[in-house]
Design a protein around this ligand. Sequence first.
Ligand code: SF4
Length: 216
Amino acid sequence: MRDWDGELGAIAALMESIPFPSVNQIESEHSHPWDVLISTIISLRTRDEVTLAASRRLLDRAPDPQCLLELGRDTVAKLIYPAGFYSVKADQMVRLAGILIENHAGGVPCVLDELLALPGVGLKTANLVLGVGFGIPAICVDIHVHRIANRRGWIATEKPDASEAALRAIVPQKWWIDLNKLLVQFGQLVCTPQSPKCSECPISSNCPRIGVTRQR
Ligand code: SF4
């Protein structure tokens, strides 16, 4: 039986002093699910520091869907520049704001299928909004979570979407919401994509290092 509290607790202890990923930092500044949704969309294919600054600029001017709709596409694009695909994201967010006003009384739905039906929202974003925005147990799987879970042999999956279902089946629910935050930090600093720093890893003793060809 895997000692989840031991493994994830060791990562949590190591990461305690390190800044949270941008989306969680935004969430700590703005607790509304709208803020988490917008910052998560901005974060796709965008560096953390760019996401943080772009989210702050946009959310200051658009604290709800109605305000964003009134800003219009061009202003939204300018506010989130230089986020990756800023023009596409501006289009998506304006359409998204319209749908939320029309179909959800200007709020963000807290149901997975309803989130997935929104423009620009995939499984990763939907689960982050549920977990971080609403506090509903959900596992957000990005490339770091997918890579680390497979390296450690927790799961054996090809794609992040398959990892989400596989992790839900084995990780205790109390860790679901924090799993993304912990493994993103851990994946950026220790269990990096190329040549992970196994010599600095607090959970190296029982790691099978599946697929790892070089390490430090
Ligand atoms: S021992 Fe290495 S491969 Fe395993 S989790 Fe730690 S850093 Fe990653």
